[in-house]
Write a protein that binds this ligand. Structure first.
Ligand code: FES
Length: 126
């Protein structure tokens, strides 16, 4: 029988994560750059530097097997960018700068404490 698990919250966790999660933390960094400038885009500000820094910080902390950062396309929350989302929690960070990367890794990825000052408050916009 297949059991539905939402956001890795199953009591049947394997190695501390839900059975459908490959990584303990999976970080997506928007690098989208629009050609037409009709809307702000995350990649304009930092290009690949943000995802490169996140990957390096994960590697330097010995987390590479357990956690992953990767490029992502537009998340349709462009005005908040540069944007990063961390799963399995689904925490969206906005206006992320290179200088924020060590804090996100240390606080959220290692210590499970999301960086509140960077969390996007969708309640204000939606
Ligand atoms: S360009 Fe990054 S969320 Fe749209």
């Amino acid at each position: 029988m297949t059991k539905i698990v939402i956001f890795g919250q199953s009591p049947d966790k394997i190695n501390g994560i839900g059975p459908f999660m490959k990584y303990e933390k999976h970080v997506f960094v928007c690098i989208n750059e629009r050609q037409d400038a009709s809307r702000k885009s995350c990649g304009e500000a930092t290009g690949l530097a943000l995802v490169t820094a996140m990957k390096k910080q994960i590697k330097d902390n010995g987390l590479k097997i357990r956690m992953r950062a990767q490029k992502a396309g537009c998340m349709d929350i462009c005005e908040h960018g540069p944007n990063v989302v961390v799963y399995p929690e689904g925490v969206f960070y906005g206006k992320v700068q290179l200088s924020d990367v060590p804090e996100i890794v240390e606080s959220h990825l290692i210590n499970n404490k999301p960086v509140e000052r960077l969390i996007i408050d969708f309640g204000k916009d939606h």
